[in-house]
Design a protein around this ligand. Structure first.
Ligand code: ASP
Length: 323
């Protein structure tokens, strides 16, 4: 049995962007399907495809931090306990491939910032400018509204707790600004499960801010039973260890995957998160408490299904060929 499920972010996705988001998911499904003899290869290939597309908030499409720079996070996990990831990696097209290199070619689990970049270059990943014009425009507009054009006050204001609150309010008024993190979970014929997530984070985040995506058990999780990848407001997801919550609810409460996913997301504040999950039996689930969640999956006969789920509802699917 082979299975692959992807997401391209949760939030309020404007309808005008649906075709582009769905096209990126379709391409990523094809890239992952071509490598599905090995779950880890499939997850890496699918995520790399979305990173390179520039459509999502990951890789070349990453949003920019307070200083106008992309700092990207990515993590891979496998059901046999292997983990590798990067935090705050700049100038790299495919952070998920560097995450895999950390897992397989370094003695560490996570590398951050300058060290992550040095490692990426040493492993042969070339420096690439990450500044999508669309992201830069949003960055400039948001920054002008929040801190004014002059940057004298910028340092002081941005480093207060009120900063994120202000940012959150602005993003609420312009929900199209969020999100677009990407993730994938795969199961191969040999019963191996792998999960991964990659993100540029949140526009105007402080330098050095760490997302949920690269934290094991928070935005990404895999164990012998299931794999999960989350998206949404990282601070909320980390506080709730959302991905791990799904596993715990399935295991301890004996919930079916879709119920475990739904109840975990329901326990978070509305409008903050979405996730995809896949278990060892090949059952898919997804849930979100945001208006949209971009999801793609391979139906049991291998045909691709993509959709921007629209309703603010909590939904799950168990091993079915259509939505
Ligand atoms: N979870 C990501 C973060 O907090 C953002 C997202 O999923 O869109 O960085």
């Amino acid at each position: 049995m082979q299975r692959l499920i992807l997401h391209g972010g949760a939030g309020n996705i404007p309808e005008s962007r649906f075709p582009e988001v769905e096209r990126g998911l379709r391409e990523a499904l094809a890239a992952g399907q071509a490598r599905l003899s090995h779950a880890l290869d499939a997850v890496e290939a699918a995520i790399a495809s979305m990173e390179s597309s520039g459509i999502y908030d990951a890789g070349l499409g990453s949003v920019l931090n307070l200083y106008g720079r992309a700092e990207m996070d990515a993590l891979l996990m496998t059901d046999d306990g292997r983990v590798g990831g990067v935090i705050g990696l700049p100038r790299t097209e495919n952070p998920i491939r560097v995450a895999r290199a950390v897992m397989e070619s370094s003695p560490h689990v996570l590398l951050s910032g300058r060290g992550a970049e040095r490692f990426a270059r040493a492993m042969g990943f070339p420096p690439v400018k990450v500044r999508a014009p669309r992201r830069f425009q949003v960055y400039e507009e948001l920054k002008a509204r929040l801190v004014g054009k002059g940057t004298e006050a910028e340092g002081r204001r941005a480093y207060t707790p009120a900063w994120f609150e202000e940012l959150r309010r602005l993003v609420e008024a312009h929900p199209e600004l969020l999100h677009g993190t990407v993730g994938a979970v795969a199961l191969d014929e040999k019963g191996r499960l792998a999960a991964g997530t990659s993100t540029g984070g949140i526009t105007l985040k402080l330098e050095g801010r760490v997302s949920d995506s690269c934290l094991p058990g928070c935005g990404t999780h895999a164990d012998r039973r299931l794999g999960v990848s989350c998206t949404g407001t990282g601070e909320v997801i980390v506080r709730h260890q959302l991905a791990q919550q799904v596993a715990r609810r399935a295991e301890e409460r004996g919930l079916a995957l879709d119920r475990a996913a739904g109840s975990a997301v329901r326990s978070l504040p509305r409008g903050t998160a979405g996730l995809i999950a896949l278990d060892r039996k090949g059952r898919y689930a997804w849930a979100h408490n945001t208006r949209n969640l971009a999801v793609g999956l391979l139906a049991p006969r291998g045909e691709p299904v993509v959709r921007v789920a629209r309703a603010p509802t909590l939904r799950g699917a168990t091993d079915r060929s259509s939505w």
